[in-house]
Design a protein around this ligand. Sequence first.
Ligand code: ZN
Length: 131
Amino acid sequence: MLFEKKLTTPKESFVDITPQVRELVTKSGVTDGVAVVYCPHTTAGITINENADPDVVHDLLLCLSKAFPESVEFRHSEGNSTAHMKASAMGSSATIIIENGKLLLGTWQGVYFCEFDPPHNRKFFVKIIQN
Ligand code: ZN
């Protein structure tokens, strides 16, 4: 089963999409399987990380900016090379096990849509596969 969800992202942000993914798992009726959350954009990504303390997201964004600083040597004419690098660092998808109709996430884990560009209208896909 394939679902498409739309969202409007704030600039350089991690949007917690765990509730939407949980809702789709329930809607699918799948009790044992996997959910693949996929981002079809080149300057945004998907990651799983802590969703209890919002400072973790702050620190992740801070460290990504330090790891991928702007450079006058970049050639990409759109001027957002660091957004492309951060997106590749996070990856485009996450696969989550579904057990007894629920996402098998750790207590502190959440699924994030990671925006590395200015605010955008974006989308992500969730493919839910029954075992
Ligand atoms: Zn670009």
